[in-house]
Write a protein that binds this ligand. Structure first.
Ligand SMILES: NC(=O)c1ccc[n+]([C@@H]2O[C@H](COP(=O)([O-])OP(=O)(O)OC[C@H]3O[C@@H](n4cnc5c(N)ncnc54)[C@H](O)[C@@H]3O)[C@@H](O)[C@H]2O)c1
Length: 249
């Protein structure tokens, strides 16, 4: 890949690893994140540029793309998880998850499409939960299933310009997003038991798939979702809801 790569949600976890991998390959990188301070410090450290971007706000997304020259790669990593049973989840928490994970991906695709160079590559981070249901994960599962389908539609719509659009679907990866899981007794163990390769992933292992998809080595790949999860899609998702309920006295 040459040109500029924009990594949305690039201040932490998987996005941060993706941004570092692009810098290591010698690319110009722009780190975009709602946490402007974290984006700036991450960008300064790796020799990239930072922009503030809230993926739930269309004007903010559009402004984040402004001024980026020779845009060849866009990676959409922004996300969050709010667990809760469908029968109990407050509408506001459902909406927040959908806004960040699904509508955020839509807005990044919407504004990346017209700005990315012909032949460019867009990668959206979906999840194991885009294909595997988990009790207590309704909002996140629905949003990520939507992301995977949105990527397929975007691939159809942008193919005439040679722009490729793919999804990467991680399983459990050690990041700040998942650090809090350790307070739920037995949850991480159940994830690992259901991961044939027997461990959580590292952010750089997701970045490796993203950089491959951004490269010419993936020149005939579009509209696909890639499981990067140690084989976890072959087994079952942990009982998040049961474990959360067991914590309530
Ligand atoms: N870590 C995992 O186990 C895992 C598994 C499957 C999928 N994912 C997905 O990978 C992506 C990255 O997750 P992570 O684990 O690196 O999490 P993380 O919390 O470390 O990083 C997420 C980043 O997104 C940013 N962000 C959140 N809301 C935003 C918004 N409205 N606008 C712009 N940026 C925003 C955060 O500030 C943060 O920098 C997410 O889409 C997540 O759903 C993670």
């Amino acid at each position: 890949m040459s040109g500029t790569a924009l990594v949305v949600g690039g201040a932490s976890g998987i996005g941060l690893a993706v941004a570092k991998a692009f810098v290591a390959e010698g690319n110009q990188v722009v780190v975009a994140d709602v946490n402007a301070e974290a984006a700036r410090s991450a960008a300064d450290e790796m020799g990239a540029r930072a922009v503030a971007m809230d993926v739930t706000d269309e004007a903010s997304v559009a402004a984040g793309f402004d001024g980026i020259e020779d845009l060849r790669t866009v990676v959409s990593c922004a996300g969050l998880t709010i667990p809760g049973a469908i029968t109990e989840l407050p509408l506001e928490q459902w909406q927040t998850t959908i806004d960040v994970c699904l509508t955020g991906s839509f807005l990044v695709l919407k504004h990346a499409g017209p700005r990315i160079a012909d032949g460019g590559s867009i990668v959206v981070i979906s999840s194991l939960n885009g294909r595997q249901p988990g009790a207590g994960m309704g909002a996140y599962c629905a949003s990520k299933a939507g992301v995977t389908m949105l990527v397929e539609v975007a691939a159809l719509e942008l193919a005439s310009r040679g722009v490729r659009v793919n999804a990467v679907s991680p399983g459990l990866v050690d990041t700040p997003l998942t650090a809090g899981l350790s307070i739920v007794p037995g949850l991480t163990d159940e994830y690992i038991e259901n991961t044939p390769l027997g461990r959580a992933g590292r952010p750089d292992e997701i970045a490796d798939m993203v950089t491959l998809l951004a490269s010419d080595k993936a020149s005939w790949i579009t509209g696909a979702a890639f499981d990067v999860n140690g084989g976890a899609h072959l087994q079952r998702y942990p009982d998040v809801l049961g474990k959360l309920r067991a914590m309530v006295p």
